[in-house]
Structure formats: C-alpha cells, structure tokens
Design a binder for this molecule. Structure first.
Ligand SMILES: C[S@@+](CC[C@H](N)C(=O)[O-])C[C@H]1O[C@@H](n2cnc3c(N)ncnc32)[C@H](O)[C@@H]1O
Length: 296
C-alpha cells in the first residue's frame, strides 16, 4: 500500500484503508484491479488514447514481450538470437550503472524509488531485489508489454512493488514521496521536457535525484531532427540534447551530471564510420542525473 497517493481530483493526500485509497476531502476512492491502481482520469485517457493506440500497434508489430515467464525473469538478459538483443545489452549496462550510482550516492539506504514509464516492470523488479521500495508507473497496462506484465515478477520472486497506472506528467503522488525518480527509456516520451522534470522534482525529496537513462542524447538538436526525419513512423518518442539538458538544469538552479558510457576504441571506430555513412551524429545513451538540493 502506498501511503503517499495524491488525489487526482482535488490534490489532497489519500488515506489507505485496507487495499483502498480514499480521499478524505472529496471522497475519491480507488482500489487495485489485478494489483494495479488505475489513477488515470478520463481526461488523461482521452488525451493519451491516440498515443497508446499507436504505441501498441508498433510494439505488437515488433513482437515485444513473451509468452514465457522465464523470459521476463531473465531481463535484461535475452537469448543470443533475440531481435532486440543490442537494445537489451544497452539496458543491462544502464541498469548496472544505476545500481552502482544508487549504492555510491545513497549508501546503506533502502530508498523509495519511482520507476516512471516502467513498461513491463523489469527494472522495478531489480530495484525491489536490491532492497528498495519501488513503485512502477506507466500509462500502459498491457499484459505483455505494460504494467500487467509485472505480475510475472511479483508471482515468481520473493519481492513486492506497487504498480500504478497514471501519467508521468501528472504524477499521482504527494510532494517529496520518493528519494529517486528514474526514467528508463522513457524521458524522451515527454510532451514537454521541462514540465516533466518539474513534476519529477516535485515528488523527489530534498537531497534526492531525478535520473534519466536510456534516452537518446545528441549534442545539438540539428542531429536529433535529422534522426527524426529518417523515421518512417513519427511517434511521440523524441530525443534529448546536451544543450537542452544544461538549459533545464540552469533554469532551475540544479546540479546536472552527465555520465557517458564508455564504448572502447573499436566501438568508437564503428561509431565514426556510422556517423560518416549517415551524415549525422549517432545518439549516445548518456546517464543523466538532476540532483535536488538538500534545502530549498
Ligand atoms: C520504451 S518504453 C520503456 C519501458 C521500460 N522503462 C523499459 O525499460 O523497458 C517507454 C514507456 O514509457 C511509457 N510512457 C510514455 N508516455 C508516458 C506517460 N505520459 N506517462 C507514463 N508512462 C508513459 C510507455 O507507455 C512505455 O511503457
């Protein structure tokens, strides 16, 4: 049970009553369905339905997810012949970086961590296995690719975490509910990156952090726009730029850290060759940390 839900109707803090969430001010009540709290308002659903339909169509055509529970439990490791193996290798490296980052920056602490845009909850499951109190939030409750797939981890592993269906641009949590908010392959889905960062900072505690991993980062918007123009499908997913990240941090007086994954000499050579062939920069999946000051 999450003690820090914010009522989607009036903004008051909801009170837990058994499995239910009750707003003491407006009477809003929510109970979980198959373990998922659906805090999506009708307005939000209308706003996001087009995106969800498009996203489902793409992800189904890519055959995301699996029939096998073992496949989910193995994530981020996938079989050698998996069509998205490279992507999952990238995910694994970012996950290992995140584990180290949390251990070094919040030593010996069991943290409240929000996995915002959690998809099938694979990272939430690892956060819980590392001892943190984890919450998965997504607008997608698809049984293969969205929050409902989180059941595989919860039913098979000795862990617990909460699943919440909601919009990360309007988080259904009270201020200061989490030590860390992680966007894993999700921040670049923002309709407005500054607004998304502000919302994540609102629910982060003083001294906490907003961490962005596995979003494509370009040095300049010019190369990001070139990448967008090469796409056959124009979805909501976009890109980040170093300049844009600096602007976001500077406008809010935040400390920004950008950790660039090392790709080795041969990786660098391959990258150079691809950049020459494509006539643009190849995005780097930098790991980005916005630190929230101790005192505001
Ligand atoms: C590429 S997937 C990444 C999923 C997961 N983090 C992972 O690593 O596999 C992006 C996720 O962001 C979610 N998303 C996009 N817009 C969202 C929003 N406004 N609120 C919450 N989730 C959103 C999508 O539903 C999707 O699950």
């Amino acid at each position: 049970m999450i003690p820090f839900f914010r009522c989607p109707n009036c903004g008051s803090q909801c009170q837990p009553q058994a499995e239910m969430l009750i707003c003491p001010d407006c009477g809003y009540a929510a109970s979980p369905s198959d373990g998922i709290y659906d805090i999506f308002t009708a307005d939000s659903l209308r706003h996001h339905q087009g995106f969800l339909d498009h996203y489902h169509r793409i992800r189904r055509s890519e055959k995301r997810g699996s029939e096998q529970v073992a496949w989910y439990l193995g994530l981020p490791t996938v079989p050698e012949d998996h069509p998205f193996r490279k992507e999952w290798e990238q995910r694994r490296a970012s996950m290992e970086w995140l584990q180290k980052f949390l251990a070094e920056n919040f030593p010996n602490r069991n943290l409240d961590v929000l996995d915002a845009g959690a998809g099938n909850c694979w990272l939430t499951s690892h956060l819980a296995q590392w001892g943190h109190r984890a919450v998965a939030l997504d607008i997608d409750n698809d049984p293969r690719d969205g929050l409902a797939a989180g059941r595989h981890f919860l039913q098979s592993l000795p862990i617990s975490f909460q699943r919440v269906r909601g919009d990360f641009a309007q988080l259904p949590f009270v201020a200061g509910a989490f030590d860390v908010v992680v966007f894993n392959g999700a921040f670049h889905y923002a309709l407005e990156q500054g607004q998304l960062l502000d919302e994540a900072l609102r629910v982060a505690r003083p001294g906490g952090a907003v961490v962005v991993i596995d979003s494509p980062v370009y040095t300049t918007a010019e190369d990001g726009e070139k990448m967008m123009s090469e796409r056959t499908e124009q979805g909501r997913a976009r890109y980040l730029t170093i300049m844009g990240l600096n602007d976001l941090a500077n406008a809010r007086g935040l400390k920004l850290q950008v950790f660039t994954p090392s790709i080795g000499f041969f990786g660098w050579l391959r990258r150079q060759a691809t950049e020459i062939r494509r006539g643009r920069e190849i995005a780097i999946m930098d790991r980005i940390v916005f630190s929230k000051p101790e005192m505001e």
